[in-house]
Design a protein around this ligand. Structure first.
Ligand SMILES: Cc1ncc(COP(=O)(O)O)c(C=O)c1O
Length: 448
């Protein structure tokens, strides 16, 4: 397609297309980017320019773009059975095989899966199952939900209420009643004199106080991302998650691991719950389950929960696309690629440590306040000239840096005053060098 063709598409986009999480006047003033194709860790835009995707789409294209194994599996499934529902005592082969596969991979007691099409729906499903479970046990009053500041759990009414970000809550008059935010362990944002570990202990104490104030018999569950992703890549300090897990157990509060980003290898283990030995009662999944090739979400529950929920009879929850055969086929092929190419081990032993080493190479850079990460996810907190004292609300250094980085040929995510990165697992050391070289130039330009 020539320039005139793209200009027409951009005009049509402006007229008819509402984008997610976008400042439309700004975008319309500058013009929309159109991604035309992708391969490995590279994207090409309307100008024919190659961009290195340092974010794996939206933290999801873990096996990289254009894996023919997934494309072929989807094509074959589409030809045989593109769609059929799992209502009416019916199902399909890929959904069955995927459920068995997930049961064999998942940590601890999680062996039963209910499917949907996104991370938001996976968490929404978890919320409904939790409500139903407590109702069945005659304790409908145990229905409040805890989540943490800086968490991201989705955008439906209930999951946006879980999400602990004012930018997601405030424009919609959320959270809904019954959703309570306790402090997430973001010691950097808190500007606390405490060490990260001591701040983590304070966060657990505050959570305990909240439980005591509200009454444990009114609190159903706590939702936890092992690493808080979209809230700014917040890595839990030592001891923090274990203490939080214990607190839930002691108060008969269900522990839900939201592994939408951390699931399927980004931290060098199949699940973040394994890294911190969380033994969740419920785990929610999406993104990396298909590496983003097709939409699929999953809510996994323990044997105990499944037994209680399924025994009484009719379970009135599920979607048209629950257990979608083509999405399940994409997931099975994606998990096969992960195993055949030993990509989780690659994150654990090779590119993960190398990525972290390069990330931490920016510690001490005058434009960097903190470098943090784990496996193949990381963030740099940015500083203006004058350092932290000169930081002002709404400086949006992250968005400014992400724009400069794009000009340098790499995609990173700008969040508040930080940039986040989570490249595909197939990224090479040379591409990691390229990513961080561009980040280095970006930091210099940010200060110019
Ligand atoms: C941890 C986490 N949970 C849930 C979601 C929501 O997923 P979706 O955008 O597929 O609804 C996201 C999306 O980024 C996420 O990072």
């Amino acid at each position: 397609m020539g320039n005139a063709g793209f200009a027409r598409l951009q005009e049509l986009d402006k007229q008819f297309h509402i984008h997610p999480f976008t400042n439309h006047p700004e975008m319309h003033a500058e013009g929309t980017h159109i991604i035309t194709r992708a391969e490995g860790c590279s994207l090409w835009d309307e100008t024919g320019r190659r961009l290195l995707d340092g974010l794996a789409g939206l933290w999801c294209v873990n096996v990289g773009y254009h894996r023919t194994e997934i494309i072929e599996a989807v094509r074959e499934q589409m030809e045989r059975l593109p769609y059929y529902c799992s209502f009416f005592n019916t199902t399909n082969q890929p959904a069955i095989e995927l459920s068995e596969k997930l049961a064999s991979m998942a940590p601890g007691r999680l062996r039963h899966t209910l499917y949907c099409s996104s991370g938001s729906e996976a968490n929404e499903t978890a919320l409904k199952l939790i409500r139903a479970w407590n109702r069945l046990r005659g304790r409908s009053a145990k229905n409040k939900i805890l989540s943490r500041t800086f968490s991201y759990h989705g955008v439906t009414l209930a999951t946006a209420s879980l999400t602990g970000l004012p930018t997601v809550n405030a424009p919609f008059d959320l959270p809904l009643p019954g959703f309570i935010h306790v402090p997430g362990p973001n010691d950097y944002a808190a500007r606390t004199p405490l060490s990260a570990e001591a701040y983590g202990r304070w966060c657990v104490e505050e959570t305990a106080k909240t439980i005591e104030r509200e009454g444990a018999d009114t609190i159903a569950a706590l939702f936890v991302e092992p690493i808080q992703g979209a809230g700014g890549v917040i890595v839990p300090p030592p001891g923090y998650l274990a203490a939080l897990r214990r607190l839930c157990r002691d108060n008969d509060i269900l522990f839900v691991a939201d592994e939408v980003i951390t699931g399927f290898g980004r931290l060098g283990r199949n699940f973040g719950s394994e890294v911190w030995d969380l033994d969740p009662d419920i785990m929610t999944l999406a993104k990396g389950i298909t590496s983003g090739y097709l939409p699929l979400g999953a809510t996994m529950v323990s044997d105990e929960l499944a037994a209680d929920l399924l025994k009484p009879g009719y379970l009135a929850h599920g979607f048209t696309y629950s257990s979608h055969p083509t999405c399940a086929a994409a997931a099975l092929a994606n998990l096969k690629v992960l195993e055949a190419d030993r990509l989780v081990e690659r994150v654990r032993d090779d590119v993960g440590p190398y990525f972290q080493q390069k990330l931490r190479g920016f510690v001490g850079h005058p434009a960097v306040g903190e470098a943090r990460g784990h496996g193949l996810i990381g963030a740099l907190e940015l500083l203006p000239p004058g350092g932290r004292a000169a930081l002002k609300p709404d400086m949006a250094l992250g968005a400014r840096a992400a724009k400069i980085a794009r000009g340098e040929g790499v995609i990173v995510r700008g969040i508040r005053d930080l940039i986040a990165m989570s490249p595909p697992f197939v990224i090479s050391r040379e591409e990691i060098d390229q990513l961080f070289a561009a980040v280095g130039v970006t930091l210099d330009k940010l200060w110019r």
